[in-house]
Design a protein around this ligand. Structure first.
Ligand SMILES: Cc1cc2nc3c(=O)[nH]c(=O)nc-3n(C[C@H](O)[C@H](O)[C@H](O)COP(=O)(O)OP(=O)(O)OC[C@H]3O[C@@H](n4cnc5c(N)ncnc54)[C@H](O)[C@@H]3O)c2cc1C
Length: 399
């Protein structure tokens, strides 16, 4: 039986997060965005209502809700601003769920549990100056040294690079082996000392109240016990992390569509030209209708992925569709919301120009529009299929 109704736990969660965001984040985001000010308390605030542990079992410090709960939270966070959703996307989606899938029991207790309890913030360092879409061409290296590895290289465009306590990074243990030579490691900023340096990237178009930066590794020493998976598993781990990150990006972008729709409806009912509300004009209705249609489509796409995650089904194809559709829809909705607002939409007096600037990066990160188009074309043509994998995200099981 198909049932899209939220459970009472999920409804309560949505209400809690919505109220919290309206109280804690909405009043300051426009000023922070204008000033390019990153509020260092964002993660602590998210942790104060348990969000870093939303979908992890209690034995790993979580709240034991299902994967749809995570998507609903992301939608609510991005409804206010992409920066809040980004923190959760990276921390829970890219890193936490990656550890939940790939880490040993001991590693889950050492890394995942403090993350889920909201004590430590994590980031995900995959991209390099010369390796974005082409992950296998990364140049960072991890050289064996007894029971340790020595890491060298640079990561760039890493969300929360400059504020994270824990860093999931990827480097080549076999530089000649392309994708099969990549290995994943967890780093603790404090333990790495001066061998690890991070710095923010300035002059960004959007997500200006966020932290995006570079990671520099100069002879970073990591114990074998902090290697995630086997040597050479790094590419598979990175891709399985992206299946989770993309889900949170899709759900978040759905929040931008809804925010653009709500702002447009409000303005269209207030603004009058030629003696009537602009909402009465069919050309304005066309833009609002597209936003409302896209909101439903985006939500259904991420709900389906949530259902597949809950069941433990492979969902690389579906999450690619959900991410690409929702990020394009969010950008289009924000762009049309500016049109509905006329010149006022072009001003920071209204939030819609911020929505547009924020909506650009999610089309690029976690697979560009072109990368997802290629993936979906290959699936549709039968050149690619979702086969069983070495390790999958555990299905949802109530605690
Ligand atoms: C705000 C922001 C936050 C980010 N956060 C993170 C993070 O937390 N961690 C992290 O590791 N990375 C992060 N990234 C990096 C992001 O994932 C990469 O920018 C992205 O994967 C694209 O890589 P690139 O920028 O090197 O572009 P390139 O790979 O150089 O691509 C450039 C252009 O060429 C196109 N292209 C490339 N290859 C092909 C092909 N085969 N066929 C057709 N077209 C192609 C691309 O679609 C794109 O249009 C972030 C980026 C941004 C902007």
């Amino acid at each position: 039986m198909l049932d899209l109704a939220l459970t009472s736990d999920q409804e309560q969660l949505v209400d809690t997060v919505r109220d919290f965001c309206a109280r804690e984040f909405a009043p300051t985001i426009a000023a922070n965005d204008r000033a390019g000010h990153h509020d260092p308390e964002i993660f602590a605030k998210l942790a104060s209502i348990g969000l870093p542990g939303v979908c992890f079992p209690q034995r790993y410090g979580g709240y034991g809700l299902d994967y749809l709960a995570l998507g609903l939270v992301c939608e609510e966070l991005e409804y206010v601003d992409t920066v809040y959703r980004t923190v959760l996307s990276v921390h829970v989606g890219l890193v936490g769920m990656g550890l939940y899938t790939w880490a040993t029991e001991d590693q889950k207790q050492r890394w995942l549990a403090p993350m889920a309890r909201g004590e430590k913030l994590a980031c995900y360092g995959l991209t390099e100056p010369n390796a974005g879409s082409d992950v296998a061409s990364m140049q960072s290296t991890a050289r064996r040294n007894g029971d340790n590895y020595i890491l060298n290289g640079q990561k760039i465009w890493v969300s929360d690079a400059d504020t994270a306590d824990f860093l999931l990074v990827f480097a080549k243990t076999d530089p000649k082996a392309e994708g099969r030579g990549i290995t994943a490691f967890m780093l603790d900023r404090v333990a790495c000392g001066k061998a690890l340096r991070t710095e923010p990237i300035e002059g960004r178009m959007g997500i200006r109240a966020g932290d995006v930066g570079s990671i520099f590794m100069s002879d970073v020493e990591v114990s074998e016990a902090d290697r995630i998976g086997d040597e050479g598993d790094g590419f598979k781990i990175a891709m399985s992390c992206l299946d989770n990150g993309r889900y949170t990006v899709a759900a978040g972008a759905t929040g931008t569509v809804r925010a653009s729709l709500d702002a447009s409806v409000k303005y269209a009912r207030e603004r009058k030209t030629f003696g009537q509300e602009i909402g009465r004009y069919q050309l304005v209705q066309q833009m609002v209708a597209q936003m409302s249609r896209d909101y439903e489509i985006c939500r259904l796409l991420y709900f389906k992925v949530a259902w597949m995650k809950n069941k433990g089904l492979r969902h690389t194809r579906n999450v690619s569709m959900a991410k690409q559709y929702a990020t394009d829809a969010a950008f289009n909705a924000a762009n049309d919301a500016i049109e509905v607002h006329g010149a006022y939409g072009y001003s920071s007096e209204y939030p819609v120009e911020r929505f547009l600037r924020n909506a650009r990066a999610p089309i690029i990160y976690e697979g560009t529009r072109e990368v997802h188009t290629i993936l979906q074309g290959e699936y549709a043509l039968g050149y690619r299929e979702d086969r069983p994998v070495k390790k999958s995200l555990p299905p949802y099981q109530p605690d």
